[in-house]
Design a protein around this ligand. Structure first.
Ligand SMILES: Nc1ncnc2c1ncn2[C@@H]1O[C@H](COP(=O)(O)OP(=O)(O)OP(=O)(O)O)[C@@H](O)[C@H]1O
Ligand SMILES: [Mg+2]
Length: 259
């Protein structure tokens, strides 16, 4: 099976600090891959390199047959690579509905002019986009608040809105940067099932950064581990959990008896 996403020797440094050091990764269609590693390991920077938000110093990224190494974030999103952010990014002054509708416009065939002139094709597209946004908000459990402002939402609901917005891009690959962060324990429990559900429903491939180890182990087909910018392990959750290099990275040294 050929990879949906192929990163080769990606490197990025900030001043003297090598945040991501020659990382290569192939994500297969349909898999849920976990990305773990200690704080500052380079996980978010790796996502930023894949999504065009940070330029790579060297290396390449191929997504769904396209070389996206130097592509702009919007172009990458419109190819079907969507993400959520560790520090949630929403339009706080827009309604939930508009936050999702804006993302849905990425695939609009009628341009801005069509929208201004209100041509039949653009009106139809608007209507479809609105219906789809509503469906996505219903799916994430926010249908009762579509006209509320995003800024008024509690934290856990903002995370769900962000996922709805990412799904509005009709992604093939969804990158989630710590989706469980800030959720309460019952919300956390439901998240793994929710991710499995949207993966099946939308035929997604998922790459997930998460510190919640039981969740990663239960959810992911494979797990990669970054430490100080380098990939130190890659494999099944069971193999990675037993890997001495991983244990050392997390415990910071002595691995005797740590497993
Ligand atoms: N724009 C930037 N400018 C300078 N240094 C940066 C920048 N972005 C990240 N870094 C540094 O790169 C390293 C990797 O950061 P990154 O945010 O990718 O780590 P992470 O694995 O996502 O950590 P966490 O688990 O805390 O989210 C850190 O030392 C960080 O301070
Ligand atoms: Mg991070």
């Amino acid at each position: 099976m050929s990879a949906l996403l192929k990163a080769s020797d990606l490197r990025r440094s900030f001043g003297g600090l090598m945040a991501v050091c020659d990382v290569s990764l192939a994500v297969l269609p349909g898999e849920i891959m976990g990305l773990i590693g200690p704080n500052g390991a380079g996980k978010t920077t790796f996502f930023n390199l894949l999504t065009g938000m940070t330029r790579a110093d060297t290396g390449t990224v191929i997504f769904d047959g396209h070389d996206i190494t130097s592509a702009k974030p919007e172009a990458i999103a419109s190819l079907g690579l969507a993400r959520t952010f560790q520090n949630i990014r929403l339009f706080g002054g827009l309604t939930l509905m508009d936050n999702v509708r804006v993302a849905g416009r990425v695939h609009a065939r009628t341009g801005l002019l069509g929208g201004i002139l209100g041509t039949p094709a653009s009106r139809r597209e608007d209507r479809d986009n609105t219906e789809r946004a509503y469906e996505l908000l219903r799916l994430v459990g926010l249908a009762d608040r579509v006209e509320h402002l995003a800024a008024s939402l509690p934290y856990g609901d903002r995370r769900r809105l962000e996922i709805a917005r990412a799904l509005a891009l009709s992604p093939k690959l969804l990158l989630l940067d710590e989706p469980a962060a800030g959720l309460n324990p019952s919300e956390k429990l439901g998240l793994a099932d929710f991710i499995r559900d949207i993966k099946e429903r939308f035929d997604l491939t998922v790459l997930l950064i998460e510190h919640n180890v039981p969740m990663v182990m239960g959810l992911c087909d494979r797990v990669m581990v970054l430490s100080f910018g380098q990939m130190i392990a890659m494999g099944t959750p069971e193999a990675v959990q037993r890997d001495p290099a991983v244990i050392e990275a997390y415990l910071g040294g002595d691995t005797h008896g740590a497993a």
